[in-house]
Write a protein that binds this ligand. Structure first.
Ligand code: FEO
Length: 397
């Protein structure tokens, strides 16, 4: 495998992972993921991030092919998460004189994860490093996605090495740059990546976008997914991250339900039908025991309305619903309309516990919660209809 030239002096030396089932051992990867690494060749040579340890063989083959015998002078670490730093110890072994560029927080993680404390160049926000023709500027963007994250800007070529920012799930099936592939293939996976991985950090992402707004960006080289070079795509990518980090959403509804024998599911169906009857066209129903929670979280980031419902189980929430709500709460999603429903056979707990979740969510609670005993009767049917009408009315305003 050889490095791929992206533009003058810049090579792609990243890899594709189509083997891993779960990113972070949590999030499904139906289309794989890429771990991007880039080599900039100048009087001084610079590598931007490495790759996951399992792919180091391919990575070093590509890196060696691009260097073609030249020394590797610097490694810029934009992000220390091991999907990007995993090959670092091996890199140090192969290139013992390499100088590692990062900030004080990078240094702490380098020591903790890899025992590396020497040959470090600690940079501060806005500091520059001249390589020859190319001039790098370091912009600290903490919590996008870890505290040490930074973006590095090549002021000569107007290339932004952005770390996880503007990244997406989805392997690179041949093409590396957006001119070589169909960008639309990645938009949905970008929402899923953002919501699953970066979703909690809306405010830091907003700060990063504001901070980078003053620089002219001709190319975005993130750590995951395509290299963005076309104006329209760069604008789309930044707009999508901007919108998601402001928790802005479309006027649709996600209905996430748990059901053991189909009775609670009938409530979900009833609510969905009534929403449709009220003119809501974007309705997504997820069975929490079947849909990956990753996809449900993606859709909650897309749509303004969320309705959840489940049976009582051991006097608690249905476990899969409990797990979903824990993941949603961790993302601190703002500005949603929220309704809920539940069921029980002999003692009701689901609605009570969903009410407790609603209290802490900070979302606007819409309608009256619908509760059903055992199976749907006229009363619970009417309650489900009324709840759907309340949500539709709110979304139509
Ligand atoms: Fe792709 Fe936060 O690591």
């Amino acid at each position: 495998m050889k490095a791929i030239k992206i533009k003058k002096d810049l090579f792609y030396v990243g890899v594709n992972d189509r083997t891993k089932h779960l990113f972070e051992n949590l999030w499904p990867l139906p289309q794989g993921v890429s771990y991007n690494s880039y080599l900039l060749m100048d009087e001084k040579t610079v590598l931007f991030d490495t790759v996951e340890i399992g792919f180091s063989d391919i990575f070093f083959t590509k890196l060696d092919s691009a260097l073609n015998g030249k020394a590797l002078d610097y490694l810029v670490i934009n992000h220390m998460e091991p999907d990007h730093s995993g090959s670092l110890s091996l890199l140090k072994t192969k290139y013992p004189n390499i100088e590692i560029v990062g900030n004080t927080r990078t240094a702490d993680m380098l020591k903790g994860y890899y025992g590396i404390t020497d040959n470090l160049k600690i940079v501060t926000d806005g500091e520059e490093l001249v390589l020859g023709k190319h001039r790098l500027q370091f912009h600290l963007i903490p919590m996008v996605h870890w505290p040490e994250t930074m973006a590095t800007y090549d002021a000569t070529d107007k290339t932004l090495f952005s770390g996880d920012a503007f990244g997406t799930f989805g392997a690179l099936d041949g093409g590396i740059t957006d001119t070589q592939l169909r960008p639309e293939k990645y938009w949905d996976e970008m929402v899923r990546y953002y919501s699953n991985i970066v979703g909690k950090f809306g405010s830091p992402v907003q700060k990063a976008i504001a901070k980078l707004a003053g620089i002219e960006i001709a190319t975005i080289c993130s750590t995951h997914g395509p290299v963005w070079t076309e104006k329209e795509n760069i604008s789309n990518v930044i707009s999508l991250y901007d919108k998601l980090s402001k928790y802005e959403a479309e006027p649709g509804v996600v209905i996430a339900y748990g059901s053991m024998y189909g009775h609670t599911e009938q409530m979900a169906e009833t609510i969905a039908s009534e929403l449709a009857a009220q003119g809501i066209r974007d309705i997504v129903i997820h069975n929490v025991s079947v849909s990956p929670h990753s996809n449900i979280i993606r859709d909650v980031f897309k749509y303004k309305g969320l309705i959840v419902g489940c049976p009582t189980y051991n006097n608690q929430l249905y476990p899969e619903m409990d797990a979903l709500l824990t993941k949603l709460a961790a993302r601190e999603i703002k500005n949603r309309y929220f309704s809920y429903f539940g069921s029980f056979t002999w003692a009701g707990a689901a609605v009570k516990r969903l009410a407790a979740f609603a209290e802490t969510s900070g979302w606007e609670i819409i309608g009256v919660p619908a509760e059903m005993k055992q199976a749907m009767d006229q009363k619970s049917h009417e309650a489900a209809i009324a709840l759907a009408q309340a949500m539709a009315g709110k979304l139509s305003k």
